[in-house]
Design a protein around this ligand. Structure first.
Ligand code: SF4
Length: 302
């Protein structure tokens, strides 16, 4: 079946079955096009909690589907590809956190949402790339153990001068963005404003014009008087921004950066998940309850 016919069938199936499709900004263009809602991981989880649909199909990596389940434990959360994991989230386990807590007993443990449900259940507080900086500023005086992303942690540490220990995890996609990419982008598009995601290396973050989460990039592009932008994040975001603001121009920062894990989700797999309804996210009730505490603490503080 070609893409058009497959998309049509997906549209019919989701309506007939009353299944809401939510998709992350890094999904393939054709998957973004059949989604009911697009956004970053927490945005999707919060929106999924507020809609009447009892079944949600999450197009993104596993920790994102888990976040939907943690925030909406009574809903059925489906994934088109159970093997689509996030290598950064997999760089730390609940066991690691339990051990670290013994080594750093007077530290507050803060986890980026890009972690498994098991890890969220072991920490004090979660954060996103949009609110991490503000949350750490509010926690003035606390010693913080930040995990798993050393780049996001280094950025916060640099901006707040907070005493922080960092777990050496990283996103293999954003960690590849180098100074040469920023310089090449600026040479090719001298009028463009350089936006970059804080999972990128600190040196590049400091040299760019704006350090922003994907949600913040949308607001920035909407409100900025600039007409051209370099986008320092996964290439799916370039498509998303270009679709939202066709009158402006968006370019990858020097070269395209692709998350193979996000791209494991295809229209064929979305169609199969809608048809079979077998790939359901399962998390232990006790893990859901503990993970919800660290997520809720973040929401209360935001
Ligand atoms: S882009 Fe990076 S953080 Fe996001 S899913 Fe891919 S590997 Fe994980």
């Amino acid at each position: 079946m070609n893409k058009k016919a497959l998309s049509r069938e997906i549209e019919e199936l989701k309506k007939k079955k009353k299944i809401l499709i939510v998709a992350h900004n890094y999904q393939r263009p054709e998957v973004q096009d059949i989604a009911d809602i697009l956004g970053d991981s927490l945005e999707l989880a919060r929106i999924a909690a507020g809609v009447p649909e009892e079944r949600i199909l999450l197009c993104g990596v596993k920790f994102m589907a888990e976040s939907v389940k943690i925030i909406s434990p009574r809903k059925t959360v489906l994934t088109p590809e159970p093997e689509a994991g996030c290598p950064m989230a997999d760089m730390i386990t609940g066991e690691d956190v339990r051990r670290l807590r013994k080594e750093y007993p007077d530290y507050l443990f803060m986890a980026y949402v890009n972690t498994s449900a098991e890890v969220k259940a072991e920490v004090d507080l979660c954060c996103t790339s949009s609110n991490a900086l503000a949350l750490v500023k509010k926690l003035k005086g606390e010693k913080i153990f930040f995990l798993p992303d050393k780049n996001l942690g280094s950025w916060i540490k640099d901006q707040t001068q907070t005493e922080m220990e960092l777990w050496p995890g990283f996103c293999y996609v954003h960690n590849r963005i180098q100074m040469e990419d920023l310089e090449k982008g600026r040479q090719e598009h001298p009028e463009a404003v350089a936006m970059i995601h804080p999972e990128s290396p600190l040196q590049v973050l400091k040299a760019a014009d704006a350090v922003l989460s994907t949600g913040q990039m949308i607001t920035y592009a909407r409100t900025s008087p600039a007409r051209e932008f370099l986008v320092g994040t996964e290439e799916g975001m370039v498509y998303r921004l270009q679709s939202l603001f066709p009158e402006k121009l968006f370019y990858p920062m020097g070269r395209p950066f692709i998350c193979d894990n996000m791209k494991k989700i295809t229209l064929e797999k979305v169609h199969k998940a809608l048809t079979d309804e077998e790939t359901i996210i399962q998390i232990d009730e006790s893990v859901i309850q503990k993970a919800a505490q660290s997520l809720n603490r973040m929401l209360e503080m935001s």
